[in-house]
Ligand binder design. Structure first.
Ligand code: PGA
Length: 246
C-alpha cells in the first residue's frame, strides 16, 4: 500500500510573518495519521514553516532548487541550503517554472539527481497543455517528460511524481476523475519501463484545481496516491483537503 500524500504548493504567496500563524492555526486540525502532509512555502518562509511544524509529522518542501552545489549563480538556492533549512522535499519542474523560467527536461533531470544526492525527496511535476491534449499528444508528452528526465539518472522509490495538466492549474477546471486516473496509470506504466518493479512504490499525485469538493473522488482512483494543491492550500480549506477521508 502506498501512503497517501497531500502537498500544498504556496507558489509566490504569504509573507514569512503570515506563514507561522497560518500553519499553527491549521495544524491542530490536520490528521496526519495515515498520510504524508507537505507544505511548500517560498524560500523565505521555510524557516518559519519548519518552526511551526516542529514536533509534528508535517514535512516542509521548497518549490525549486539549483542543481549545482554552489558558485556564481545569482539569485539561486542550492539543494544543500534547502536541506540545511529543514526541508525534506523539493518540487522540481513545475509547469510554471517550465513556462516562465525555461526549465527543460535536462535541467529537471540534473535537479532530481542533485536532490537525491542531497537526501531530498523530489516532487517531479509533469503535464500536458490544452493544445497537446486536444491534439491527442498527452501520452507522448508525459512519456517524453519522464524518460528524458529520469532515464539518465538513478531513480528509486523515493520519488514523487505529480501529474498536473497545465490547463487545470489555477483555472478551476479539474481533470475528470477518469482523465486523471488514465494519465496517472499511464505514468505508472511508463515509470515501470524506466525503473522496473520499484515503480509500484512511487507515489503519483494529481494536481490542478484540487478542492474540498473534488478531492475524495480523485483519491479513490487506484493510481492516484495524493494531491499537489495550489490555491486551496493557502486557505483553511487545506484542513478539509488533508482530512478528505475523515
Ligand atoms: P492549483 O495549483 O491547485 O491552484 O490549480 C496546483 C499547482 O500548480 O500545483
Amino acid at each position: 500500500m502506498r501512503k497517501k500524500v497531500i502537498a500544498g504548493n504556496w507558489k509566490m504567496n504569504k509573507l514569512a510573518s503570515e506563514c507561522g500563524e497560518f500553519i499553527s492555526r491549521i495544524i491542530k486540525d490536520i490528521d496526519t495519521d495515515e498520510k504524508d502532509v507537505i507544505i511548500c512555502p517560498t524560500f523565505l518562509s521555510i524557516s518559519s514553516a519548519v518552526n511551526a511544524t516542529a514536533g509534528t509529522s508535517v514535512g516542509i518542501g521548497a518549490q525549486n532548487m539549483h542543481y549545482e552545489e554552489k558558485g556564481a549563480y545569482t539569485g539561486e538556492v542550492s539543494a544543500e541550503m534547502i536541506k540545511e533549512a529543514g526541508c525534506k522535499y523539493v518540487i522540481i519542474g513545475h509547469s510554471e517554472r517550465r513556462k516562465y523560467y525555461a526549465e527543460t527536461d535536462d535541467s529537471i533531470s540534473l535537479k532530481i539527481k542533485k536532490a537525491y544526492e542531497t537526501g531530498l525527496i523530489p516532487i517531479m511535476c509533469i503535464g500536458e497543455s490544452l493544445e497537446e491534449r486536444e491534439s491527442g499528444e498527452t501520452f507522448n508528452v508525459l512519456e517524453n517528460q519522464l524518460v528524458n528526465a529520469l532515464k539518465p539518472i538513478e531513480t528509486d522509490e523515493n520519488l514523487i511524481v505529480a501529474y498536473e495538466p497545465v490547463w487545470a492549474i489555477g483555472t478551476g477546471k479539474t481533470a475528470t476523475d477518469e482523465q486523471a486516473q488514465e494519465a496517472c496509470c499511464f505514468v505508472r506504466n511508463t515509470l515501470k519501463e524506466i525503473v522496473g518493479e520499484k515503480s509500484d512504490k512511487i507515489r503519483i499525485l494529481y494536481g490542478g484545481s484540487v478542492n474540498e469538493k473534488n478531492i475524495k473522488a480523485l483519491m479513490a482512483m487506484p493510481d492516484i496516491d495524493g494531491a499537489l494543491v495550489g490555491g486551496a492550500s493557502l486557505k483553511d480549506e487545506f484542513i478539509k483537503l488533508v482530512n478528505y477521508d475523515k
